[in-house]
Every structure is written in structure tokens, then in C-alpha cells.
Design a protein around this ligand. Structure first.
Ligand SMILES: [Zn+2]
Length: 335
């Protein structure tokens, strides 16, 4: 990306091993994330031309001398943060906040090849080479599925609970899928967009609320006998969405916030008297990868359904535009 709204596909030097713990992988598919739109829209600064993309799957082409758990030829999935998976933070399940965490966006995975640092800690190999139809779902596991899943876990979704999801992008939709899988009794999504609400219902939503902000909060209160939801997943990252999530949650309930916050400020007194639990942040996708890969491999879940537009990588700019205008939920790019 050269500037907001300006994406060009250019030749860059092929990534190479820089540390003995690195791997280099070749990507059969990559994608555009809702969070890439923050800089496309000029809400995050773009000073120099920056490589883009942080979601990836691929076949290992090279490994450094110290890599033990993945081998050349393996098909692997990793998180958008590389992590050592050995420090105390990783072992507690918070790999995205690893003391050595490395943001894969710095490598830019909207590319044919990428370098993955700390390959042993970061990458999880699939049981074999996946069928082509599984690749989009495995790619979704790299971020949007793992992020939606963490949102649901952070919001303490479970059997018998009413769950509300703020945000009908790929993460919100896959939070619906996660909530269903984790046994929620009722799953409400806030959405006013036809194709997204349809997909939400197919993925497990039981109710759709078109209103947003405080009107949306009133509607969820009506649906829950005035209490609010037990668990609310915030998958947008704006002030309005965050307040909508907190106000939609009953006292004692849980908010899982996974939308990257931009300009969000929480009013202390309201937070104090809300009595809700807040937990969120960049999802520790690595924690969930083995389980998510297994469910995709067994065809228990099909998160690849959030990709509704596929383009060759050299048309990436068209993909950004389609997501920005909400003509596409999520764009898959083929290098
Ligand atoms: Zn770590």
C-alpha cells in the first residue's frame, strides 16, 4: 500500500531465512482482512509503501537448521502473530502477546511467499496435503475464525446462554459459528445487510437485530426479559460498537472484544456500574489452531464460507475496494 486507497502489486525480493528458527512458505491463497481497511480508509497512517496482509497458509519450502516440528513439504497454518510458544505468556494461552511476538503484517502475506519467524512455535502442520476445497477454511483459521473463536471464548459462551454479536464482518460471522459450536442457546447478530444476515442464520444465528447503537441495545433487552445477553462479542472496534456491546451485556455477563480498537474511550463510571467482565485483544489464534484445523479437516465446520469473492493476487486493489464498499464480506486472493 502506497497511500490510503492505493494498493499496487509489485515484485519484491523473495523472502529468505534470516534466523535458524525461520521457515519460508509458499502460499496457495491469501486474503484481505477487515483490519487492512483501516489504512485503506486513511484511519491508520501509511507513510512509506508497506507490504500488506497477515493471514496465511502454505507449503513449507525452506526451514532453518533449528526448526524441528515442521518439515519441507508440510502444509501449515499459522497465526497473524508469530510466537515462540514456550514463554510463560504463550504457555498460558496468550501467544499473540508472546514476549517475542512478531506481527506477520511486517512480512506482508499478500504475496506468493512469506518468511515465518519462530516456525516451531508458530506453525501447525495439517495431517496431510489438503483438498483444494479445504484451503479457504484453513486460511480463515489463520485469523478470522481464530479471532471469532477467541471472542466467543473470552465472552464465556456456553450452553444455555444468550449470545449477542456486534459486527457482521467475517469475524462476527465466525463468532456466530463459534457460539453455536460452543453450545449457546440463543445467538443474536446485529446486522442490517441482507447477504450477511442470511449467512449469519446459516452459521447458527437464531435472531437478527437491524438496529444499532442504543436502539439495538433496547432490542436485545426486549429479547432477554430486560436483562441483556450473557455473552457479547464485539467485532468492530469503534466507540459505538464497544458501547453497544457493553450495554447489551447483563450485569455479571461477559464481553469478548476482538475488533481492533480505534479511538475507543470507555467512560469509567458507566463501566463501574455495568458490572460486566471485559476481556479481549489480539486473538491468541495459535492456542486454538490444532482444534480448529481438526474440525476443518473432519468437515465439522466450514468457515471458508465467509469468502464471497475470489481474485488473482494482481487484482488485490479491486479486492480492497470491494470490501471497503461492503460488496464483499471477505476477499480471497490467488497468487
Ligand atoms: Zn511466547
Amino acid at each position: 500500500m502506497h497511500a490510503p486507497g492505493v494498493v499496487e502489486v509489485v515484485d519484491r525480493p523473495a523472502p529468505r531465512l534470516r534466523a535458524p528458527t525461520d521457515a519460508v512458505i509458499r502460499l496457495p491463497a491469501t486474503c484481505i482482512c477487515g483490519s487492512d481497511l483501516w489504512s485503506w480508509r486513511g484511519l491508520e497512517e501509511v507513510t512509506d509503501p508497506s507490504p500488506m496482509g497477515h493471514e496465511y497458509v502454505g507449503v513449507v519450502e525452506q526451514v532453518g537448521d533449528e526448526v524441528r516440528t515442521v518439515r519441507v513439504g508440510d502444509f501449515v497454518v499459522g497465526s497473524f502473530f508469530a510466537s515462540d510458544n514456550t514463554c510463560e505468556i504463550c504457555r498460558a494461552g496468550y501467544q499473540s502477546r508472546c514476549v517475542h511476538a512478531y506481527a506477520m503484517g511486517l512480512e506482508g502475506t499478500q504475496a506468493e511467499l512469506t518468511r515465518v519467524p519462530m516456525a516451531d512455535g508458530t506453525l501447525v502442520a495439517t495431517p496431510g496435503q489438503p483438498d483444494a476445497e479445504l484451503v479457504p477454511s484453513l486460511l480463515a483459521a489463520s485469523d478470522v475464525l481464530g479471532t471469532g473463536w477467541f471472542g466467543a471464548v473470552a465472552a464465556e459462551v456456553g450452553p444455555g446462554k444468550t449470545v449477542a454479536v456486534v459486527g457482521d464482518g467475517a469475524v462476527g460471522l465466525l463468532a456466530v459459528l463459534a457460539a453455536r459450536h460452543l453450545g449457546a442457546e440463543r445467538i443474536v447478530i446485529f446486522s442490517r445487510h441482507d447477504s450477511r444476515r442470511r449467512l449469519a442464520v446459516e452459521l447458527g444465528a437464531t435472531d437478527v437485530i437491524a438496529e444499532r447503537g442504543d436502539e439495538g441495545v433496547e432490542r436485545i433487552k426486549e429479547l432477554t426479559g430486560g436483562y441483556g445477553a450473557h455473552s457479547v462479542i464485539e467485532a468492530v472496534g469503534t466507540q459505538e460498537a464497544m458501547m453497544q456491546a457493553i450495554r447489551s451485556t447483563r450485569a455479571g455477563g461477559h464481553v469478548g472484544f476482538v475488533g481492533v480498537c480505534h479511538g475507543v474511550e470507555l467512560p469509567g463510571a458507566e463501566l463501574f456500574f455495568s458490572g460486566v467482565h471485559l476481556h479481549g485483544g489480539p486473538a491468541p489464534v495459535r492456542r486454538f489452531l490444532p482444534e480448529l484445523i481438526k474440525m476443518i479437516w473432519d468437515r465439522t465446520i466450514d468457515p471458508g464460507r465467509v469468502f464471497d469473492l475470489e481474485l488473482p493476487l494482481d487484482q488485490a486493489a479491486r479486492g480492497y475496494e470491494a470490501m471497503d464498499r461492503r460488496r464483499a464480506i471477505k476477499v480471497l486472493l490467488r497468487p
